[in-house]
Design a protein around this ligand. Structure first.
Ligand SMILES: [Zn+2]
Length: 421
């Protein structure tokens, strides 16, 4: 855990995730998508609200409750310390809560079961064969830990409403409805990653406790990272039930929804675009698939850029064309067309592909402060690049990122500067 997290949490008001979910569909840990977790809230400052402890331990620690930032961080760190020492999850929760019993800790992972302690209102879902059992538990005084044993398929869903949420008062009803949905999906054989994502989308929409937060794949150790968390202190994260981006199913082109809202066909290949909601994007980020490689991207400036690069790699993989040269050329073409803004061109050597583990790593090169764009691949003198940069900012970044608008802009610029270049 980074030091910045501790520093950030110190400054925060006592707000916290009001929705914590863990789902386990494969307690043996063999299915890479068999255990997943997620957190979100109506409140702001959902930084690092879901903690994936380690790929070695295969366990997620989710926190919430009434404690202030620093107290909650202590509770989380203490719980993790117990887990690393090999303590059973109930012991780790009790140990963690000694630092602050008004907090909530929800812990779970394949082979370890699930348990919650502290301050909570949960639906516990147990599935045995075709039988679904749902029970409600509400915390009283003390640690009162509720536990689901290690070899059982099931889920624990905590949900409360944040004061000020226009949908205040819906939590109990929505939690039970989500529990029924989750129980049915477990019974019907869906993987945990699918179920957590679907439940997050549903709960976000129905209860208003919708701002990320994020999700993790506990078995495979994948996370949505800071994709849906707020960018600054005092802000809310991304609403998990809102449209996040538009994507071309044919060539993999994608753009943030707010930019591409009025565009229905792919500017690169003409295919109809598909709208993806945040919970669907999160699901894809934490799902391990045979064809889809796991893509790590370093050096990016915005989470949107990451999803664009991940999508490019996955589409190439689907068409059996994934290699370093092809991926570098797709990324460079996105830089040329201004779909990816403010990066320098990359080389095949900036990409590592591990075929056996199906992992792709891309090292992007952000431009230094003050440099707006890489040299465009068009025949204009450098001086005008500066002018173009200024006009680009004036027109609004949204216009520019849509590569299709660039031609229009250049034509207008040429008119303005009449034959000077
Ligand atoms: Zn396309």
């Amino acid at each position: 855990m980074a030091l910045t997290t501790a520093a950030t949490l110190t400054a925060l008001q006592p707000v916290s995730p009001t929705c914590n979910i863990i789902v386990i569909t494969d307690p043996t840990g063999k299915d890479p998508n068999g255990a997943a977790a997620g957190s979100m809230s109506f409140a702001p400052n959902m930084f690092e609200s879901t903690f994936l402890v380690s790929k070695k331990l295969h366990v997620a620690v989710l926190a919430g409750g009434l404690g202030k930032g620093t107290a909650r961080l202590k509770v989380i760190l203490n719980t993790i310390r117990f887990l690393e020492l090999g303590a059973p999850i109930t012991v780790a929760i009790a140990g963690g809560l000694m630092e602050g019993p008004t907090n909530r800790i929800l812990v779970g992972g394949p082979g370890k079961g699930m348990a919650v302690g502290g301050s909570y209102d949960v639906s516990v879902v147990l599935v045995k064969g075709n039988k679904i059992v749902i029970r409600e538990y509400h915390s009283a005084q003390g640690f009162n830990i509720v536990k689901v044993p290690p070899n059982v398929k099931g889920a624990i869903i905590h949900l409360r409403n944040t004061p000020g949420n226009p949908k205040f008062g819906t939590a109990t009803h929505v939690r039970v409805a989500a529990a029924i949905m989750v129980g049915q999906m477990i019974r019907d054989g869906y993987p945990a990653t699918d179920i957590v994502a679907k439940a997050m989308g549903f709960i976000a929409k129905e209860s208003g406790e919708k701002y990320g937060g994020g999700m993790v794949n506990i078995t495979a150790g994948l996370t949505t990272g800071d994709t849906f968390t707020p960018a600054k202190l005092g802000q809310k994260g991304f609403p998990m039930d809102a449209p996040y981006r538009k994507v071309c199913p044919r060539c993999g082109w994608s753009a943030p929804y707010w930019m591409a809202k009025n565009i229905n066909r792919c500017p690169r290949c003409g295919a109809p675009l598909k709208t993806e909601y945040a919970w669907q994007v999160a699901r894809d980020m934490i799902t391990v698939s045979k064809t889809h490689p796991v893509v790590h991207v370093y050096g990016i400036k915005s989470p949107y850029d990451k999803t664009a690069i991940v999508e490019a790699a996955q589409v190439l993989a689907e068409h059996h064309k994934l290699n370093r040269e092809n991926l570098a050329s797709v990324i460079d073409s996105e830089i040329s067309s201004n779909t990816l803004l403010d990066y320098d061109y990359i080389y095949p050597s900036d990409i590592k592909i591990n075929k056996k583990a199906n992992i792709v790593t891309v090292y992007m090169k952000p431009l230094p402060e003050g440099y707006r764009k890489p040299p465009l691949k068009i025949p204009i003198p450098n001086y005008y690049l500066h002018v173009l940069g200024l006009i680009c900012s004036a027109l609004g970044i949204g216009l520019i990122v849509m590569g299709i608008c660039r031609e229009l802009l250049l034509r207008r610029l040429r008119k303005l500067t009449k034959g000077r270049w």
